[in-house]
Design a protein around this ligand. Structure first.
Ligand SMILES: Cc1cc2nc3c(=O)[nH]c(=O)nc-3n(C[C@H](O)[C@H](O)[C@H](O)COP(=O)(O)OP(=O)(O)OC[C@H]3O[C@@H](n4cnc5c(N)ncnc54)[C@H](O)[C@@H]3O)c2cc1C
Length: 427
């Protein structure tokens, strides 16, 4: 891995102080070796430790180095494709189980924050913002769908209502999810890591898993050590690269970029987002934004298939921000960074086992803050021998990308161009 320190993000600049964690030298023995210290790995570790497992976590760089320490911080319910798609892809009973879990990740996240007293600027309320009446109709259908699964937190916003919560002229309406919200994502990851250690888990940083010997007692090798475990959990997501070729073959890393303005004065900040909700729009290639605790506007958007880092992030994201909030023309951008999420062809997460004792969860395709916390719980349940909910997820089909490694980027970009064009034309 070329870079092993945090990118120069607003989050890294305001991170909760964390201890220097050791590299792994020599052999250690444990019940579960978790590869990757993002939310998937950290929440798995927490639930396993709470159940009495011994856990060793290997992190190639630093806790929260991946998407978990760089994201928009938006707590969004359900999955990157909604429950209706799951209903079409699974038998009724399993679809019901997965649908019932669509709102659990956010609850898990909040419970962990409360249980371990994690300071991460948690705020309630998220808005889906619609540009067209077609998108509004889609949101109404989503409300009905979510209500069928017991989620009664959605409140429709007409054109006047949305102006009262988002100071932009762009939208015809939207939907407020009272149980959405936002967090300082890196501080959430760092708080979870501290909780892992408080429960007796070991975290090794700068310790990439470079090879796995599969078998009755898998061995996970790092450059200077190895972990012998009963179980392995692969939680490297878009940063796992080719460690496990069969996982790489059915997913594609994608980059997305975020900027943070200078701190805004109170009046200006309140004119943009008076209730301090986070917002994501309803386009296929969506923009997402919110205020930080010190009233910076954190604005993200854009997707680079294949995850190259763009040269000039501000040149990509600032024009998007100004289309939403032209009143910010004079405002300085203090930070700009990029991060990778893992796309799957179905845009649904991939969950499963390799052999009997190597488990994985990956590919939440953009919306992962809540799902990864659910995944941690499901992985821990499965290792405890209660795999019904894990298996329902694992039954979702995993498709390879058309075009293989060579052509998956241009093919997917073409598909996205089509959906983006439809959004731009409002059809
Ligand atoms: C810029 C950006 C904005 C986003 N905004 C949002 C948002 O607002 N809301 C939302 O719901 N989702 C958002 N997402 C998605 C969300 O952040 C991710 O889905 C989620 O954080 C993935 O968590 P993870 O633990 O699975 O993976 P990651 O957080 O990427 O963690 C994987 C970790 O594994 C480590 N690793 C990889 N390979 C190895 C190895 N071989 N050995 C040891 N360690 C390894 C990496 O270094 C990394 O720390 C965003 C993503 C990005 C990139």
């Amino acid at each position: 891995m070329a870079h092993t320190d945090y990118p120069l993000s607003y989050y890294a600049a305001t991170a909760t102080p964390a201890p220097q964690r050791p590299r792994l030298f020599g052999e250690v023995e444990t019940d579960v070796c978790v590869v990757g210290a993002g939310y998937t790995g950290l929440s798995s570790a927490l639930f396993l430790l709470e159940s009495g497992f011994r856990v060793v976590l290997l992190e190639a760089a630093k806790v929260g180095f991946g998407a978990s320490g760089r994201n928009g911080g938006q707590i969004v319910n359900s999955y990157s494709r909604d429950i209706d798609v799951i209903e079409r892809n699974l038998p009724t009973e399993q679809a019901r189980l997965v649908g019932d879990m669509a709102f659990e990740g956010g609850r898990i996240l909040r419970a962990l924050v409360a249980r371990y007293n994690i300071p991460c600027d948690l705020k309630d309320g998220g808005v889906f913002a619609a540009f067209t009446s077609r998108q509004m109709a889609h949101l109404q259908a989503q409300k009905k769908l979510w209500e069928r699964y017991g989620h009664d937190q959605l409140e429709p916003l007409d054109e006047r209502d949305i102006r009262a919560v988002v100071g932009s002229q762009r939208y015809v309406g939207g939907m407020l999810d009272r149980s959405g919200g936002h967090i300082h994502p890196l501080n959430l990851a760092l708080g979870e890591a501290a909780a892992v250690e408080a429960l007796g888990g070991a975290i090794y940083e700068q310790s990439p898993a470079v090879r796995i010997e599969y078998g009755a007692e898998p061995l996970v090798h790092t450059p200077a050590g190895r972990v012998r475990a009963k179980f392995v959990i692969l939680a490297g997501n878009a940063y796992l690269n080719d460690l496990v070729p069969e996982l790489a073959a059915k997913s594609m890393p994608c980059g997305t970029q975020v900027i943070a303005t200078e701190p805004l004065d109170e009046t200006l900040a309140a004119s943009l987002l008076p209730q301090d909700y986070c917002v994501e729009d309803c386009n296929y290639l969506l923009d997402y934004y919110r205020l930080s605790a010190e009233r910076r506007l954190i604005y993200g958007g854009g997707v680079i298939y294949g995850a190259r880092d763009p040269q000039d992030i501000i040149a990509i994201i600032r024009p998007k921000m100004l289309r939403t909030f032209p009143q910010l023309r004079q405002v300085k951008i203090d930070y700009a960074w990029s991060g990778n999420f893992l796309l799957t062809l179905s845009r649904l997460p991939q969950v499963g086992r390799i052999g009997d004792n190597v488990y994985y969860s990956q590919g939440c395709s953009g919306h992962g803050v809540t799902y990864t916390h659910l995944a941690g719980k499901l992985l821990a349940e499965a290792l405890r021998g209660q795999a019904e909910r894990f298996d329902a997820f694992a039954a979702l089909p995993h498709y390879p990308f058309p075009g293989g490694r060579l052509l998956r980027v241009p093919f997917t970009a073409l598909g996205a161009w089509y959906y983006n064009l439809r959004d731009q034309l409002g059809v």
